[in-house]
Design a protein around this ligand. Structure first.
Ligand code: AMP
Length: 223
């Protein structure tokens, strides 16, 4: 009998602005499994305009976390899709103890191995990155005014769409998002350690995204 392939639930872990989204996109291309960004899913849900989502919108605008029930349910529905059968990359989930527990149960009952990639970035660098961040509203490509500017000012290189600043990338909201991260999300590192998860810590402060990506690939699959 051929052994069943290892199915990884890759968790990209790190503060807002640590580069999770960029690395998740690169990893998706390399591993051929989908990126699941809870932030993107929540923003898409708000665009589709469900009036029940007033609390979700208010939380996101204030830099607070959306309730565990809403997020866990959304992720579980997404993980049930066939494209997740061989693995997936989580970007921005889990962010609380309840979410981490929910994910662990899900993975354990279905034979997925959790691999946590922790991107460490200096606080002041994160603030600078987030205030300079711009995004294409059509294709989602991320830019940074200092480290990765578009070829033409204010316009997406890929599709020519005008770039936007996310509502929650205003400085006061950024500080609140970082505070939530410190209080609610950082403690999960201890949870992952206690449960014996593979936890790869990577210094993500200085390297450009492509170099960081090579480091991540080497640590996932050591030569
Ligand atoms: P992100 O794009 O990952 O920075 O997420 C943007 C916002 O979406 C966060 O500040 C939260 O309000 C909300 N959000 C995203 N992921 C989660 C999550 N796993 N749990 C709770 N709220 C989340």
């Amino acid at each position: 009998m051929t052994p069943s392939p290892v199915r990884n639930a890759v968790v990209l872990f790190g503060s807002p602005g640590s580069g999770k989204g960029t690395q998740a996109k690169l990893l998706t291309g390399r591993l051929g499994v989908p990126q699941i960004s809870t932030g993107d899913m929540l923003r898409a849900r708000l665009v589709s305009g469900n009036s029940l989502d007033l609390a979700v919108r208010a939380n996101m605008q204030a830099g607070a976390l959306v309730s565990d029930d809403v997020v866990n349910c959304m992720v579980e529905e997404r993980l049930a899709q066939p494209d997740c059968a061989l693995g997936f990359i989580l970007d921005g989930y889990p962010r609380t103890a309840d979410q981490a527990h929910h994910l662990s149960l899900w993975c354990e009952s279905r034979g997925f191995d959790e691999v946590v990639i922790y991107l460490l970035v200096d606080y002041n660098k994160v603030i600078a990155r987030l205030t300079g961040r711009r995004q294409c509203p059509r294709c989602g490509t991320l830019y940074n005014l200092t480290t990765r500017p578009p070829a033409v000012d204010g316009v997406c290189d890929r599709d020519g769409e005008r770039l936007v600043t996310r509502e929650d990338d205003q400085e006061s909201v950024i500080r609140e998002r970082l505070e939530q991260y410190r209080r609610q999300t950082v403690p999960l590192l201890e949870y992952f350690r206690q449960r014996g998860r593979r936890l790869l810590e990577i210094d993500a402060s200085n390297d450009p995204p492509e170099v960081l990506f090579q480091k991540i690939c080497r640590s996932i699959q050591p030569a």
